[in-house]
Design a protein around this ligand. Structure first.
Ligand code: DX5
Ligand code: ZN
Length: 217
């Protein structure tokens, strides 16, 4: 299981140091939650901030765009150093055009589904994607409770991949992951878990990540 700490729960006054701390704590990917106050009822940070902190780690930047028009801003996030860009299938942009725009720059791309969106919403795009992100909370805020009833979507996505001949498309989950929930995600076949509160609010982030990983067997 890969663990992607969500910087949404970090101390924003020292984001660079927080990235170094996560790097030293065994984080696999750095998850960066971009919110525009329109697609979700919260505002975080944008491409200029990501660009500024890119130099603090070599770990992949997993940029989760909770914005209404990812097509319009895709190049800004690529230029800022995103390695993986995920955007919502519920957004206002043309989905195929946005996927093509990101892939055209050799950046990995994933689609995200909110809790009320069925897994089948991403089926038409699976052959073009590098991963799918299944939200296990309503996007917008950290520290919410895990919606375990989202997990059957993971199998639905993996089954559809098999059906159409795609080998092991990774599935990521985001929201409410911690010591009490990660095993369920692991059992459901999840490959990457985002964890904000569980990692950043722990006394020892390295131990928190190691403990989360140890629960996945
Ligand atoms: C929610 C964000 C998540 C969030 C996860 O909109 O996409 O990445 O930070 O935080 P926790 O792990 O605290 O639920
Ligand atoms: Zn996220």
């Amino acid at each position: 299981m890969k663990i992607a700490p969500s910087l949404l729960s970090c101390d924003f006054s020292k984001m660079g140091e927080e990235l170094i701390r996560m790097d030293n704590s065994g984080a696999d990917w750095m998850h960066l939650d971009v919110m525009d106050g329109h697609f979700v009822p919260n505002i975080t940070f944008g491409a200029p901030v990501i660009k500024t902190v890119r130099k603090y780690t070599n770990k992949p930047f997993d940029v989760h765009l909770m914005i209404s028009d990812p097509f319009k801003y895709a190049y800004d996030f690529i230029d800022a150093g995103a390695d993986i860009i995920t955007f919502h299938v519920e957004c206002d942009s043309d989905i195929n055009a946005t996927i093509d725009k990101i892939k055209g720059k050799n950046v990995k791309v994933g689609l995200v589904i909110k809790p009320n969106t069925p897994a089948s919403a991403v089926f038409p795009y699976l052959s073009k994607l590098d991963l799918v992100l299944v939200m296990t909370v309503e996007p917008g805020f950290g520290g919410q409770s895990f919606m375990s009833y989202m997990l059957p979507k993971v199998k639905e996505i993996k089954d559809e991949c098999k059906k159409i001949g795609i080998d092991c498309l990774p599935v990521e989950v985001d929201g409410g992951i911690g010591e009490n929930t990660i095993k369920q995600a692991y059992n459901a076949g999840v490959d990457i878990c985002v964890a904000g509160t569980a990692v950043f609010k722990a006394d020892d982030a390295g131990k928190a990540i190691a403990d989360l990983k140890a629960l996945c067997r």
